[in-house]
Design a protein around this ligand. Structure first.
Ligand SMILES: C=C1C[C@]23C[C@H]1CC[C@H]2[C@@]12CCC[C@@](C)(C(=O)O1)[C@H]2[C@@H]3C(=O)O
Ligand SMILES: O=C(O)CCC(=O)C(=O)O
Ligand SMILES: [Fe+2]
Length: 369
């Protein structure tokens, strides 16, 4: 198995056969972008959901309880008092806007190739869907310099500086959030073997994903970003002031995560679901688009060092709670995701009978290698 996520993504190329249209120039909704009616999946609750995604103030004295409750019941929450300055959030947002408002021929110079890692293009998961999503993406793993130079041959210093500063701050926040989440499970970083002697998660790796959702002539039949879970430990998302992100709430349909000025959205990824031995769900989410307002989001997708072995944490396992998953590295898991997409988690699930009875679904009897 390759040792870096970039090598792993290269080893698991995704072939996206769709052509990138300039969505800003398209007048009607082309058939290639027409999904079946989105309200069909959860018709009755779609319009009248009352539950709201939890908001956690990181300075709250009860922060551990709040984080634990949000992770367990939702797998997603918004954070306030996260320590990222408004200036930096504004800067990363205008950087994204500047990027996507470049002419199409310029953006295409920085295209992500099928076996590529960074660059401009449709979301990696596009290969799993027959229709094209109403969005554009720009992925950065490692140094942004090469692609930035293709976009702005004259001077890309500002772009690279902002990215670097944002990634530095996000890494600190990701570490802080992981410690809180471990705390909410009654654990410390000592319980996580791979945290390393230098302090937790020093070697963690990440992807920065810019997502752009132009206004859409027929939003009810278009899909901004199809439903997926992130293959991360956690993802920290900044959205501009346009709503569109929705999370699936069991039994309650799609719930919108409203943009709150200054707040960031945190969602649990598949690897944290594994670490927590299934206690914290990785939340299914999607993005819908609208007729009048431009939407932009910047996701910081955080995982452990790519070769570190991830498995359910020992302290969460006892006779009544057998391990539900085997061991995977982030690298291996991204390969599994590239192959099985929404079946990736269940493909590595161990068949673990509870009290002598098998649980109902979600087990395929496959153990991780
Ligand atoms: C480190 C990551 C995480 C990736 C793959 C790789 C680089 C790009 C990430 C995303 C970003 C957009 C949604 C997603 C679902 C996609 O299509 O590309 C993510 C995916 C995942 O979470 O699986
Ligand atoms: O645009 C959004 O709000 C969500 C983006 C997302 O889910 C992702 O980049 O993984
Ligand atoms: Fe996501």
């Amino acid at each position: 198995m390759p040792s870096r996520i970039s090598d792993c993504l290269r080893a698991n190329p995704v072939y996206i056969h769709h052509k990138q249209l300039d969505l800003n120039l398209v007048k009607g909704l082309p058939d290639s972008h027409a999904w079946t009616n989105l309200q069909d999946d959860y018709p009755s609750v779609y319009l009248c959901t009352v539950e709201t995604v939890p908001v956690v103030d990181l300075d709250d004295k009860k922060v551990l309880d709040l984080v634990g409750h949000a992770c367990k019941t939702w797998g997603v929450f918004q954070v306030r008092n996260h320590g990222i300055s408004k200036i930096l959030l504004d800067e990363i947002e205008s950087t994204g806007k500047r990027l996507f408002s470049l002419p199409m021929h310029q953006k295409l110079k920085a295209s992500r190739s099928p076996d590529g890692i960074s660059g401009y293009g449709l979301a990696r998961i596009s290969s799993f869907f027959p229709k094209i999503m109403w969005s554009e993406g720009f992925t950065i793993i490692g140094s942004p310099v090469e692609h930035a130079h293709q976009l702005w041959p004259q001077d890309c210093t500002k772009f690279c500086d902002v990215i670097q500063e944002y990634e530095k701050e996000m890494k600190k926040l990701a570490r802080k959030l992981i410690l809180l989440i471990l705390g909410s499970l009654g654990l410390t970083e000592e319980d996580v073997k791979w945290a390393g002697p230098e302090g937790a998660f020093e070697g963690g790796s990440a992807a920065l994903q810019f997502n752009s959702y132009p206004v859409c002539p027929e939003p009810d039949r278009a899909m901004g970003l199809a439903a997926h879970t992130d293959s991360t430990i956690l993802t920290i998302l900044h959205q501009n002031n346009t709503s569109g992100l929705q999370v699936l709430r069991d039994g309650n349909g799609w719930v919108t995560v409203p943009p709150l000025p200054g707040a960031l959205v945190v969602n649990i990824g598949d690897l944290l679901h594994i670490l927590s031995n299934g206690l914290y769900p990785s939340v299914l989410h999607r993005v819908i688009v609208n007729r009048t307002q431009y939407r932009l989001s910047i996701a910081y997708l955080y995982g452990p060092q790519s070769t570190v072995k991830v498995s359910p944490l020992h302290k969460l396992i006892d006779q009544g709670h057998p391990p539900l998953y085997g061991t995977v590295t982030w690298s291996e898991y991204l390969g599994t995701k590239a192959k099985y997409f929404d079946k990736a988690l269940s493909s590595i699930r161990i068949y673990a009978p509870l009290n002598g009875f098998g649980d109902t679904d979600d087990h395929k009897g496959v153990t991780a290698g």
